[in-house]
Ligand binder design. Structure first.
Ligand code: COA
Length: 694
């Protein structure tokens, strides 16, 4: 018998256990094992079969690492149908997640029992796919089209109780032993003479024109270029019009069509990167330090957001402010953030009270003497930061971690200003810090490995995705951002309008263009950055003088109602009054028109070239660290995988050729990254670098 699917007898019950750690994924051997187990059950004298998953869950889905390779027999849809066609009843007892193919195996059974921790869902669209083994045909036969239209285009899932309510499962299991509960249910069905009950033989679900129209309208709006959600709706539609075999074929046809798309490849790249990003040799096997008490210094938007994130994950927070008024204001901001969490249903009012009880707002650093970690979020000025670190150095206990939330300052210098450089690290949060998923963990030279390990453990606890970065101006994300923002300014000087650029970048899949983003963040931020860099700026660099002029006019974006757009509430319309300022900056520089594709290529090439420098210099250890950073901190469309994956897809050679061409006109901005040149010369890709680093 198979290694990954066990077949045993418990009296009249044939127990079929999928045992393929870590998530019982349905790779070829598991599919074959299930197929053979169904055959064996048909042949022996067992009267009912029980399908279980071993370990912490039922089945986590198809084996994603097989996607993109030629499919091997038996295919999953056939395996599910083979189980469904069993001449004797089959029960699935589900604990933990039953996702995608896992849910489809459960739907192939005749009866379904859900333990309290069970979750049923179809995450395929998150991988650029749709259910591929009858899920879109069988689920609506049990639940009607409504719940399937809620779940499949969203890649969503439901709890055991919800699954019972919508008719996806027959029964909730008692206790926490899935095998015992499953056996009891099987015995009960047997005693009652329960018949085989193939879901596929149930009548077609009714077509509900209104529900389909609403789902299509919703996902046409939400998908932003992503194709799978709308195709998932088409598959559910097929269930209302076709018999099971035809419907399963139609679903499979769509599934295989999507399998060939770059979107599928991009999303699967992102799926595995989410897991690889925290796997770093330097912290492998290193125990993190304990963190229960956190100090936050500074209660502005950033500090309050960081405090909120820590409180929401169960940590105790002591927030330090200059005076009582500022401390009260910080408490109000945090309370407001938590109100938001209550409104979004993430927290009950009782929990909010208990959460706030873990917050202390004070003015004296002495309150941090017991803290395990302090995160400084004060004004971005080296002198101010060093003063804060001197105070922290004086009061904090030995072994405590001293972190800075700076977004560009030299953390090596901050560390060296203390008597404990090994305990200093950068934790660069993104605003709003209790919402944004990205955390750049910036590691200076002297940092102890267990401090880095603690930062990664903290990120996990906060529900954030941590990326390791080295020290440089802007680290990974803001450094790359500065360059592609620079590309946008050059496009303006060469003849594109800010609104054309925004539209092209949105068409590429980002939620906002660079100028809309500037308006949202406040145009004073860009102005301050330019001021800061003015002293060290290369004379060949382009300065967006129109943006300085906008600043001086008080056009700071959304907060003043006027920027690149004029605002009525949050909705902006192009602010044509910007054009004369731009014309002045253009002077008699030659102008031309740009297509959206040209804009996208110019902007993306700048992003990739800078990213290649960031990797080449070791600021990011692998291309995948850049991809994860841009996805979680900068709105890069997940279905494109990330800028490095995108670059591999379009071809590094062509990108480098374009960069060299543009360098004729602007040799300062378009200096090809040495790493990009080397990869092109060697015929290699960023993906190759990821693989070599693994
Ligand atoms: N195929 C192949 N590998 C998978 C997998 C799948 N369907 N699901 C998870 N894995 C791997 C992960 O890459 C990880 O590998 P690693 O330890 O080498 O990094 C390991 O299994 C554990 O996964 P992880 O996500 O860390 O475990 P978890 O307990 O946090 O979550 C799941 C378990 C099943 C909820 C989660 O892995 C998941 O959502 N998987 C994807 C499910 C899916 O999309 N299925 C549909 C496929 S059509």
């Amino acid at each position: 018998m198979s290694d990954v699917v066990r077949y045993e007898r418990e009296g009249p019950v044939a127990v079929i256990t999928v045992a393929n750690p870590p998530v019982n994924a349905l790779g070829q051997a598991v599919r074959q094992g299930l197929w053979d187990a169904a055959d064996r059950f048909a042949e022996d004298d067992a009267q009912i079969a029980l399908i279980l998953g071993e370990g912490r869950l039922f089945i986590g889905g198809a084996d994603i690492s097989e996607f993109g390779k030629p499919p091997t027999r038996p295919f999953l849809p056939d395996t599910c149908t083979h189980i469904e066609r069993s001449p004797k009843p089959v029960v699935a007892a589900v604990h933990g997640p039953a996702l995608g193919g896992g849910c489809e195996v459960a739907l192939g059974a005749h009866y379904r029992l859900a333990m309290k921790d069970a979750r049923f869902g179809f995450p395929e669209v998150k991988l650029g796919l749709i259910p591929g083994a009858g899920g879109s045909q069988r689920m609506p036969r049990l639940t009607g089209v409504g719940p399937a239209l809620d779940m499949m285009p969203a890649g969503g899932s439901v709890s055991a109780e919800e699954a019972l309510r919508i008719g996806l499962v027959d029964r909730l299991g008692e206790g926490d032993d899935v095998r015992a509960a499953g056996l009891a249910y099987a015995q009960e069905l047997l005693a009652a003479g329960a018949p085989v009950r193939p879901v596929g033989a149930l009548p077609r679900p009714a077509y509900d024109a209104e529900a389909f129209e609403a789902a299509r309208a919703l996902w046409a709006r939400k998908a932003r270029g992503e194709v799978a959600p709308l195709r998932a709706i088409d598959a559910v539609d097929a269930a209302t019009k076709m018999d099971l075999d035809q419907g399963v074929q139609e679903e499979r046809r769509i599934f295989l069509e999507l399998m060939e798309t770059p979107q599928r490849a991009g999303l699967i790249h992102a799926f595995f990167n989410d897991r690889k990003v925290s796997k770093l040799p330097e912290i492998d096997g290193i125990a993190p330090r304990d963190v229960a008490q956190v100090g936050v210094i500074g209660g502005g938007t950033m500090g309050a957001g960081i405090a909120t994130a820590c409180l929401l994950s169960g940590l105790s927070v002591t927030l330090i402010e200059r005076d009582d008024t500022a401390a009260d204001k910080a408490r109000q901001t945090i309370t407001g953030n938590l109100d938001g969490a209550v409104k979004r249903g993430k927290l009950t009012e009782a929990q909010q009270e208990a959460t706030l009880a873990r917050l202390q707002t004070v003015t004296d650093y002495a309150a941090l003497s017991d803290a395990d970690l302090a995160i400084e979020a004060v004004f971005e000025d080296m002198g101010v930061k060093k003063e804060v670190f001197a105070q922290l150095d004086a009061v904090m206990k030995p072994g405590a971690i001293l972190a800075t939330n700076t977004s560009y300052l030299d953390i090596d210098a901050i560390a060296q200003s203390t008597s404990r450089a090994a305990d200093v690290i950068g934790l660069h949060f993104f605003s709003p810090a209790h919402v944004m998923k990205l955390l750049e963990v910036v590691v200076p030279d002297a940092t102890a490995p267990d401090v880095t390990a603690t930062a990664f453990a903290l990120a996990k606890r906060l529900g954030k995705v941590a990326v390791r970065a080295g020290v440089c101006d802007g680290f990974i994300g803001n450094r790359i951002l500065a360059t592609y923002r620079g590309a946008a300014d050059r496009l303006i000087l060469d003849g594109a309008s800010p609104w054309e650029i925004d539209a092209a970048i949105k068409a590429f899949g980002l939620p906002m263009g660079p100028f809309e983003m500037g308006d949202l963040a406040g145009l004073d931020i860009g102005y301050m950055t330019r001021q800061r860099k003015a002293a060290t700026r290369d004379p060949r660099d382009v300065v967006p003088t129109w943006a300085d002029a906008m600043y001086h006019k008080g056009w700071l974006g959304q907060k003043t109602g006027q920027g690149y757009y004029t605002y009525d509430g949050r909705k902006g319309t192009p602010n044509e009054a910007v054009m004369p300022l731009i014309e002045e900056a253009r002077g008699n520089r030659p102008q031309r028109g740009f297509t959206p594709e040209e804009i996208q290529r110019f902007y993306m090439a700048a992003m990739v070239n800078e990213a290649a420098k960031v990797v080449g210099e070791g600021i990011a250890q692998r291309p995948l660290d850049v991809d994860v950073t841009l996805l979680y901190g900068y709105g890069f469309p997940r279905w494109r995988g990330g800028p490095m994956h995108w670059a591999d897809t379009v071809g590094l050679g062509g990108l480098l050729a374009d960069i060299r061409l543009w360098a004729d006109a602007d040799p300062y901005f378009w200096q090809p990254a040495p790493l990009l040149e080397r990869l092109v010369a060697e015929g290699r890709s960023f993906a190759d670098l990821n693989t070599e680093a693994a």
